[in-house]
Ligand binder design. Structure first.
Ligand code: SF4
Length: 484
């Protein structure tokens, strides 16, 4: 995509961006294991790792099993304090030597780079996702962006090897404008890919909420000027440092809404476990309000209410189901109920991806389905909107059902079946709704584990070849870079 020159903001953008306040935030971040190895962590945080845990982690330092080279270690004071009374929360951020026992996995899960027409942009479905930053306030050990956060070299489809780069406003907006122009001129579909208008963009990373308000505002305004209809922002900051959603941030968002009232804004938050936002009593139970509802942490509740009361912001939670963290039907039931009560939708739960070392984190697919199904028993219909999704290389796929009993007369279904359904195809829409039925395998944690028991596959999940890049016109890098 030719995008020479500097990005020139419009007058409207400049006025909006010029109004943004940029406070600094003190998250009390502890970066890496070094402060623990060298006994330099703040006094009350020192005990987060026991001496024997530290000595094993130190022995692994510099070896293939170094946990920090797989995924940098980082935590905030707010999250540390929450984790004092929660084992699942400790697991989210605490490095464990077992993480690197088995390093099998994909260095570019989902072959994301096949869908990157411009550095830092993934163009899948009708949506674009941008890496706008490569870190978060704290780091989840199970992160499926570990390759971005730890800045690993990734092999591209053309055989070159490079770290994943971050998005820049000029090339991204040039790409959006060029793509949408071609779509408009071709009756609503791209002539090469069949895709529709790029109408929704997700600011992602890393966590965009670690950026200053001004940078977030610059991105939002530039996307709005490029004709984007809906902006999403994916964040775990509500859990790591909820005070980040302060008056200055809300003023920026309000001003954005006044300037671009036709552009939707969706906040995709990430809570894995209710301990991240509910208050606990000394016996470990959740504290309740006089009417029996569960009491939120005051900082998180304030942040959430500030967003929810602006009715034009949609807030949805999505989270993977991870071993030792939230593979617990009771925790998920409490979480879905408590989130919906304050106005947060339950969007997806995910099966873990095939990241490097995935076996340390992923719950078997059928177990994850059972846990989610169990968790939704007794919830009201509106509280149970979440589906279980697993990201196949073909696109977002739902784990729709797992049968408990054999299906009489169907060979291979003696132990029951699992049904996958394509929700969103990575390239375009025609496969949506197509299913794949496999004989059960309770130990399966990735698609490979069903390879020998496929019964019906109209979705083509087990007939997958990496997308082929088609060079249409060498002088037109837009077409050259888009997979056909
Ligand atoms: S917040 Fe998200 S991107 Fe950041 S470390 Fe956790 S899973 Fe990864």
């Amino acid at each position: 995509m030719a995008s020479a020159g500097r990005y020139i903001p419009t007058e409207r953008e400049q006025t909006f961006v010029g109004s943004i306040e940029n406070p600094k935030y003190d998250r009390g971040i502890i970066n890496g294991l070094k402060p623990f190895f060298e006994d330099k962590a703040p006094e009350d945080i020192k005990g987060f790792y026991a001496p024997d845990e530290l000595s094993i982690l130190l022995k692994l330092k510099g070896t293939d099993r170094d946990v920090e080279s797989r995924m940098p270690v980082k935590m905030t004071r707010h999250f540390f304090e929450l984790a004092q009374t929660s084992e699942p929360l400790k697991h989210i951020i605490k490095a464990n030597p077992d993480e690197t026992l088995n390093l099998a996995g994909s260095e570019d899960p989902g072959y994301q780079m096949d869908y990157a027409p411009v550095e830092g942009l993934l163009h899948k479905y009708e949506m674009g996702l941008m890496y706008v930053v490569s870190t978060c306030s704290a780091h989840c050990r199970f992160c499926y962006r570990e390759e971005l956060i730890s800045q690993k070299d990734i092999e591209r489809q053309d055989g070159t090897v490079a770290k994943k780069g971050l998005a820049k406003i000029k090339p991204i907006t040039d790409y959006i404008l060029a793509h949408n122009k071609i779509v408009a001129e071709n009756g609503g579909r791209h002539p090469v890919t069949g895709r529709e208008k790029l109408r929704e963009m997700l600011l992602s990373g890393g966590d965009p909420m670690v950026l200053p308000n001004r940078k977030i505002g610059e991105w939002m305004a530039a996307l709005a000027e490029a004709g984007i209809e809906s902006i999403r922002l994916g964040t775990k900051e509500m859990s790591f440092h909820p005070k980040r959603f302060d008056d200055a941030f809300l003023a920026m968002i309000d001003n954005f809404h006044e300037t671009y009232p036709e552009v939707g804004f969706r906040l995709m938050i990430h809570f894995n476990h209710p301990d991240e936002f509910l208050l606990k009593a000394s016996d470990g139970s959740y504290q309740t309000n006089p009417n029996g509802s569960l009491k939120w942490h005051p900082d998180t509740l304030r942040a959430m209410q500030g967003l929810v009361e602006r009715g034009w912001i949609n807030i949805e939670n999505q989270a993977p189901i991870i071993k030792g963290i939230n593979d617990d039907a009771d925790a998920l039931r409490v979480m879905q109920r408590a989130l919906y009560r304050v106005g947060v939708g339950n969007h997806y739960f995910f099966c873990g991806r095939d990241i490097v070392a995935y076996q340390a984190f992923n719950v078997p697919i059928e177990t994850a389905w059972n846990i989610l199904n169990e968790s939704q028993k007794g919830l009201s219909g509106v509280e149970t909107h979440a589906r279980l999704s697993i990201t196949h290389y073909r696109g977002k796929t739902e784990v729709s059902a797992v049968t408990g009993d054999p299906i009489p007369g169907l060979k291979g279904a003696e132990n029951g079946v699992l049904i996958f359904k394509i929700l969103r195809n990575a390239l375009d829409a025609p496969r949506r709704g197509k299913v794949c039925i496999v004989g059960r395998n309770p130990d399966a944690i990735w698609f490979d584990d069903y390879e020998d028991r496929v019964l019906f596959d109209e979705a083509g999940l087990f007939d997958y070849a990496r997308v082929e890049k088609k060079t249409i016109k060498v002088e037109d890098p837009l077409l050259e870079a888009v997979p056909a």
